[in-house]
Design a protein around this ligand. Structure first.
Ligand SMILES: Nc1ncnc2c1ncn2[C@@H]1O[C@H](COP(=O)(O)OP(=O)(O)OP(=O)(O)O)[C@@H](O)[C@H]1O
Ligand SMILES: [Mg+2]
Length: 250
């Protein structure tokens, strides 16, 4: 479903170069739910951008849904993205001149897909933003705008969903509801989800966890996290069983 090998992405950083992606290799199966953890600046957004084709790696191989992205032109990558990928950006990227409803259906319009209003209603109901459907996004709160961005990505029913801190503007209750919704819709529609978060508690719903550090990727299973539930709050504790960097591709 997603295969990456030896991905490298360099940025100029003053007189030096900085490797935002440093020999990143992995495979993700269709329907997997991957959580990406890592400190600020470790390359998480860059990794999502290379998977969506928004950015091209300087080196390496990446195949998403049978499409080899490194060989495509920018125009071809844009078409690939519209047809295969739903993106929830760190900064929501809603169109201010369009209503919530029109924002949600925009990607489907762009690929000439029929719009089914009842499906839109089902998603906005579950996300708790139904009464906002015909408002302009600019007057919504940050958390509401974030849920509109999530609805847009889910509604398009892409085979891959890339979510960059989708719960960053939500309180923990709303955040957990959103993650649960994404996971259940992902399972229902057999979608592959890669989700960036700083919240290690979210990692408990992942099939596998990708850890980014200075552009390098290591991978662990959910079992490598032990869950301590004290009845009020669930604390995730890393058990320190990470696979060594470079051994990520099994
Ligand atoms: N267009 C760019 N030009 C120069 N440097 C960049 C560019 N985009 C990203 N970087 C650098 O690459 C590194 C990785 O950035 P990235 O946005 O992927 O980090 P991140 O893990 O998503 O961080 P955060 O958690 O803060 O969102 C950072 O040091 C960043 O400054
Ligand atoms: Mg980021």
């Amino acid at each position: 479903m997603i295969k990456a090998h030896g991905l490298r992405k360099l940025y100029a950083n003053g007189d030096n170069t900085l490797a935002a992606l440093d020999e990143v290799s992995f495979e993700v199966e269709r329907g997997e739910f991957i959580v990406i953890l890592g400190a600020s600046g470790s390359g998480k957004t860059t990794l999502l951008n290379v998977i969506s084709g928004l950015e091209k790696a300087d080196r390496g191989y990446i195949d998403v849904d049978g499409v080899e992205l490194q060989t495509l032109s920018e125009e071809e990558r844009t078409r690939f993205r519209r047809e295969h990928v739903g993106i929830i950006f760190q900064k929501f990227n809603l169109i201010p001149e369009l209503s919530v409803f029109d924002n949600i259906i925009l990607p489907s319009r762009l690929v000439n897909r029929d719009v089914r209003e009842e499906e839109v209603l089902e998603i906005v109901d579950e996300l708790g933003i139904r009464e906002k459907l015909f408002l302009m996004p600019g007057i919504l709160s940050g958390g509401e705008q974030q849920r509109v961005a999530i609805a847009r990505a889910l509604y398009t029913r892409p085979s891959v969903i890339l979510a960059d801190e989708p719960t960053g503007n939500l309180d923990s209750k709303n955040g957990e509801d959103v993650i649960r919704l994404m996971k259940s819709l992902g399972e229902r529609y057999h979608q592959t989800i890669l989700l960036v978060t700083h919240d290690e508690r979210i990692a408990r719903v992942a099939d596998r966890i990708f850890h980014m550090k200075d552009g390098k990727l290591s991978i662990s299973d959910r079992e490598a996290f032990s869950v301590i539930d004290n009845g009020e709050d669930v604390v995730m504790k890393e058990a320190g069983k990470l696979s060594a960097p470079g051994r990520a591709l099994s």
